[in-house]
Design a binder for this molecule. Sequence first.
Ligand SMILES: [Zn+2]
Length: 367
Amino acid sequence: VKHCTNCLMPSTRPRITFDANGVCNACQWSSEKKKVDWSSRNQELINIISNNKTEGEQFDVLVPVSGGKDSCYVSWNLKHNFGLTPLLVHIEPPMPRVDGNKNLDNLVSSGFDCLKMATNSEINRKIAYQELKDFGDPLLSWMISVRSVVFRTAINYKIKLVMWGEDGEVEYGGLTTNKDTGFNSLDYHKKVYLSGNDPAKYLNAYTQAELTNWLLPSEEEYSQAGIKSMHYNYFDSWDPYKNFEVAKKYCGFEESESRNSGTYTNFAQTDSYMFDLHCFLMYLKFGFGRCTADACIDIRRGALDREQAISLVKMFDDISNDLDLTMYAEYFECNIDELKANIYKHTNLELFDIDSNNKLTRKFDIR
Ligand SMILES: [Zn+2]
């Protein structure tokens, strides 16, 4: 494993690349951002909006929202700076946290319509557990249903514009193909965000009707509907802390009272306990956790130096001792030993030694 010489992102992160000086592509983008002509990109969005004008008879844009700071920021800007009437769509995450729900309510009360979808929790639980076993990601079921519900809602409501928050690949390290475009295709969502996982494989266990909220619309339905799916970070320089401030000021967003599990921050990804397990699996598979992800953002925005970040990462990244697995075993309706086996089998043995009690010893140093 090598770590970026500017932030701490490791070479094990999927799709990340480094330049000759060992700087990762997220850090390269972070300095390129300062030279981007943001006013012309802002104008691009204005043009897209005016080419897709709805004359006020229906919603102008669909915004997928978690209720977090980023969805507040995007919704607020589209309504107040671009004069649009957005429809917010929320897909309830598994194991929701109370403070996440409160933030969503506050966002909606700040002047929006929001369609809330609760998917069949039994199917969600079973798919999530299967994806944990097979793929090491218990959040994948939800990520699939988010895309399905969002695109289907856009089709049903005849809303042409869909605005996601940031493209994590461009902002945090990964594929840079979408650096120079605000648009993303259905195929990009399938291949990159869902890592090629096709929910059609569940058709042997459930009917097409039961899987409606997981199966994605076909390419044909999607293109016939004329959907333009975009990422907001292409049009506006993305800064999670700026988003947090706007969310707090205008959308009633409140940070958690305590820091999030596995990191030192309290204002990002506060809506679901499943996110904690998702991050732990990321740690087992790729050797970096939620603290590294947060610290890298803070290094890039100049709020942390690399040495401080290294001590934070060493303190918080490994949450194996704090993670309450009984809570997850109850959710998945399985016994704890079976759950542990299904989690720890994803440990990357090139990165960690693991003993019979699942005690992890990191084989690499963070320097
Ligand atoms: Zn970096």
